[in-house]
Write a protein that binds this ligand. Sequence first.
Ligand SMILES: Nc1nc2c(ncn2[C@@H]2O[C@H](COP(=O)(O)OP(=O)(O)OP(=O)(O)O)[C@@H](O)[C@H]2O)c(=O)[nH]1
Ligand SMILES: [Mg+2]
Length: 196
Amino acid sequence: MKTRLWPGIARLLGLHSGDGGCHAEAHSRGSKDRAKVVIVGSPNVGKSVIFNGLTGARVTVSNYPGTTVAVSSGRTKIDGKEFEVMDTPGMYSLLPITEEERVSRSILLAESPQAVLHVVDGKHLERMLTLTVQLIEAGLPVILAVNMMDEAEALGIDVDVDRLEDELGIPVIATVATAGQGLERLRRRLGVYVCN
Ligand SMILES: Nc1nc2c(ncn2[C@@H]2O[C@H](COP(=O)(O)OP(=O)(O)OP(=O)(O)O)[C@@H](O)[C@H]2O)c(=O)[nH]1
Ligand SMILES: [Mg+2]
């Protein structure tokens, strides 16, 4: 099955495809010159597996201020540059309903990330791209990870990553987080995108 996309959305949004250029200059720096990457997406799509794959053991878990919602933060180096990576609770939309969604939106707005890694389930791509478009329209520097590609392929779902990049105008990486597939490519694309 080929994915159906919004034609010309990249043109409408004035965006370009490819590695996405350098967003570091357009967004304020994280603490101590570390580039900040915030991972967002619907519940149960593999955000935390990707977070662990990117950060390894260097992780801190704390309640988001004023809430009981736990947020993980970790560090990694890409091409010798320090990145801070934050894992957020699942969110369906930028219009928050649950406390978890409110926390995720607050992190997006407060942290001025150099990259927002939107993780989606490749089995439910069309539905989940709504949030991708919301994030892009909010002016955030979005990278898309189409995860669970093992399950998608088993169902005969064929995701055209190049076409998605063209249509959305952002970097798109196919991943199987539990097998570590695509994570090295994701790191490389993040490194180039942030232009640290
Ligand atoms: N088959 C398969 N399973 C995966 C993949 N990535 C994650 N999973 C599984 O999906 C489940 C959810 O993964 P999590 O990383 O906890 O998902 P999450 O997005 O952090 O979920 P919330 O924190 O609840 O929003 C776990 O059982 C993972 O092992 C993948 O690429 N393929
Ligand atoms: Mg999680």
